[in-house]
Structure formats: C-alpha cells, structure tokens
Design a protein around this ligand. Structure first.
Ligand SMILES: [Zn+2]
Ligand SMILES: [Zn+2]
Length: 169
C-alpha cells in the first residue's frame, strides 16, 4: 500500500488526499490467521509540515472472524484511524526519531495493519446475545435447543439436596 509523495516531499506546507482500495493478505493475530472479507479502503491526507510528512485519515473494511462463543464465522467491520509521521529524507537530525522513507513512495501497509490489529477484540462475538455452544452436547444454542441446561440445573439441585441431608445428620 504505497503513497506517491514525489511532489509533496518537495513542497513544504502542501497536502494531498489519497483514496486507496487494496486487497491485503491474511493477518496473523496471536497465531491465528484472519482473512479480509473484501478490500480495505483508506482515505488519507498526506501533509508536508516542512520537517516531516504526516499521514492522517481512516482505513476501513471487513474481516472474517470466528465467534469465541459459538465458533461460527462472521463478518467484522473495522474502521481505524491512521496517524503516522515520516521524517523527510533531507532532515539529517531526526530528533523525534520518526519513521523514515526513501525514494518517492511511503509504504503504509505495516502502519495500517498494526492499527487494525490494535482494534481487534481478543474475544470476538458474532452478536452481543450469542448463546454459544452447549458445554454438554455442543449444539449451537443460537440455532437449536437441547435438554442439557435443565439437566444441569437438576444435577446441581440434587447435589445441594445431598449436602442438606448430610447437615441434618
Ligand atoms: Zn456466536
Ligand atoms: Zn446440550
């Protein structure tokens, strides 16, 4: 994902808007591969501050995640802010330790990918009210019902009764 800054890097005070649509390879999120469900769209403004080039804007798109409760795949829409700064090549003293670039292009792929990784939920859910899978029989409780839940309660009640009986003695 490259931004052409050939003209901008020589024009202090100037800025340019870049709209990009790109297909990205799958992300690696804590050892898990996450695929993009469509292209990423970025709307970015690149500005020359005289000392650095700033890249600001938004990136959005869709990812395919799996629900941590019911394990079904679902589409997750992300919208992340992009705010990056790159030192101009002629700035010899890079006091702020900014990122650098060479040539006429800035590759913002890793900056965008890192911004997306930051907003990904550790435990994604397909919907707030997702019922998940039955821990006993594994049925998807969003789609069907099973008798396990009530049996579970019955079991706990009988354990409680046993305990009460012991207390009586
Ligand atoms: Zn779910
Ligand atoms: Zn069940």
């Amino acid at each position: 994902m490259q931004l052409d800054v050939a003209r901008l890097k020589r024009s202090p005070g100037a800025s340019a808007r870049n709209e990009l649509t790109v297909d990205l390879p799958p992300l690696n999120f804590s050892g898990e591969e996450i695929i993009f469900a469509g292209p990423l769209r970025a709307d970015l403004v690149v500005s020359n501050t005289g000392k650095a080039l700033t890249v600001e804007g938004l990136a959005e798109g869709k990812l395919e995640l799996s629900c941590s409760r019911c394990l079904q795949h679902f589409i997750y829409e992300y919208k992340v802010p992009i705010d990056e700064k790159y030192a101009l090549p002629q700035e010899e003293e890079n006091s702020e330790e900014l990122q650098t670039f060479t040539g006429d292009y800035i590759d913002i792929t890793s900056a965008v990918v890192n911004s997306i990784l930051l907003v990904l939920p550790m435990k994604a859910v397909c919907a707030e009210g997702c019922q998940g899978l039955c821990p006993v029989c594994g049925v998807n409780l969003n789609e069907s019902c099973c008798g396990c839940a009530t049996e579970d309660i019955d079991l706990r009640l009988s354990v409680l009764k046993e305990l009460l009986k012991k207390d009586d003695k």
